[in-house]
Design a binder for this molecule. Structure first.
Ligand code: X90
Length: 281
C-alpha cells in the first residue's frame, strides 16, 4: 500500500529528509500572477526574481490556489493520503482539496483521504508534516494518525514578523484597519495565526530588536519551552539568524531550523518577513 503526505506549496518545502516506509511526500503548487506572468510555486521558482518583478510592477497582482483537478491528480499516486492545507480563513485551498476528495472517493470508495485545514501556513505546516511522517514511521493506522495529528495541531503555533502588510491588504487577506500604521518606517509587525486561522496583529514594534523580544515573549506565552522551531525567511537570512540566536539564548536546547520561504509565503510575507513555527507542551 502506498501512502502520501501532501501539502500545498505554502508549506515552504519540496521534500522531506527521511520519508516513512512506502510513503512519499508531495506538494500542490499555488500560483502567483504578476501582470501577464504566472509563477508556479514549485522547486524551480526563482523567488528573488519573482519579488523583483513584483516590486517593479505597477499593476495589481494576485495568487491562486490549486484547482480540485490539481489535487485529484496528486491523489492518484497513493491509496492513503494525508493532505495539509493553508488556513481556509484566507485561501480556497482547503475547499478545493475537499472537492477533490469527494470526487476521488466517488471513484474509489476504499481510498483513505485526510484533508486537514491547518488554520496556518509555512513553518507550522512543516511541524505537522514531520509529525505525520513520525506517526507513519511508527506504523500507525489511518484512523489513529488522523486523530493524533488533529490533537497535535492544537499544540502547534505560528508567529510572524512582517515589515509590510501591503500584499495581504491588497488581496483582501487582512483588513485595512488592522494594517493601519503598519507601513511606517522601521515598524515591524508581530502577529500570529489566530485560533480561527486569521491573521492577528499583536504588536507594532519600533525597531528590529523590539520585534525579536516580542516574538520571544509570545513564544513563552504560547507555551513554548523546547523542541523544534522552524523559521522561514523572505530575503532575510540575517534577521532569521539573529532571531535564532535569541531563541537559543532564552530557551534550553531549542532546535531551530532556518529555511527560505517559498513563492506563496514570500509573496505575502514580503521582503524581510519571518514566519516562526513552534510547538507548546
Ligand atoms: O488561495 C490563495 O490564493 C492563497 C492566499 C493566501 C493568503 C495568506 C498567505 C499568508 C502567507 C503571511 C504571514 C502569515 C499570516 C498567517 C495567518 C494565518 C504568510
Amino acid at each position: 500500500m502506498k501512502r502520501m503526505i501532501l501539502a500545498d506549496s505554502s508549506c515552504d518545502i519540496h521534500t522531506i529528509p527521511n520519508p516513512a516506509p512506502d510513503t512519499i511526500f508531495s506538494y500542490a503548487p499555488l500560483t502567483i500572477r504578476i501582470g501577464d506572468r504566472e509563477y508556479r510555486d514549485d522547486e524551480t521558482l526563482n523567488t528573488a526574481e519573482m519579488l523583483h518583478t513584483m516590486y517593479t510592477y505597477k499593476g495589481t497582482t494576485s495568487s491562486a490556489c490549486p484547482s480540485p483537478q490539481d489535487w485529484l491528480t496528486q491523489f492518484d499516486s497513493a491509496d492513503e493520503i494525508y493532505a495539509l492545507t493553508i488556513t481556509s480563513a484566507l485561501s480556497g485551498c482547503y475547499n478545493s482539496a475537499m472537492t477533490a476528495r469527494t470526487m476521488a472517493l466517488e471513484k474509489d470508495p476504499d481510498k483513505k483521504i485526510l484533508i486537514l485545514d491547518t488554520l496556518s501556513t509555512g513553518p507550522e505546516m512543516i511541524l505537522l508534516i514531520n509529525k505525520l511522517n513520525e506517526y507513519l514511521s511508527q506504523g500507525l493506522d489511518f484512523e489513529t494518525v488522523c486523530t493524533r495529528i488533529r490533537e497535535y495541531s492544537k499544540r502547534t503555533h505560528l508567529l510572524f514578523k512582517l515589515e509590510t502588510l501591503d500584499n495581504l491588504v491588497k488581496n483582501g487577506r487582512c483588513s485595512k484597519v488592522v494594517a493601519k500604521m503598519a507601513d511606517m518606517l522601521n515598524i515591524h509587525i508581530v502577529g500570529r495565526a489566530s485560533e480561527e486561522g486569521t491573521l492577528e496583529v499583536l504588536h507594532k514594534c519600533r525597531g528590529i530588536n523590539r520585534s525579536y523580544s516580542s516574538i520571544i515573549k509570545e513564544m513563552i506565552q504560547s507555551g513554548y519551552s523546547n523542541g523544534p522551531v522552524y523559521i522561514s525567511q523572505c530575503m532575510n537570512p540575517e534577521g532569521a539568524a539573529q532571531l535564532k540566536a535569541k531563541i537559543e539564548e532564552v530557551f534550553e536546547n531549542p532546535s531551530v531550523t532556518i529555511l527560505p520561504s517559498g513563492g506563496l509565503c514570500s509573496y505575502y510575507a514580503e521582503k524581510g518577513g519571518l514566519l516562526i513555527g513552534f510547538e507548546s507542551v
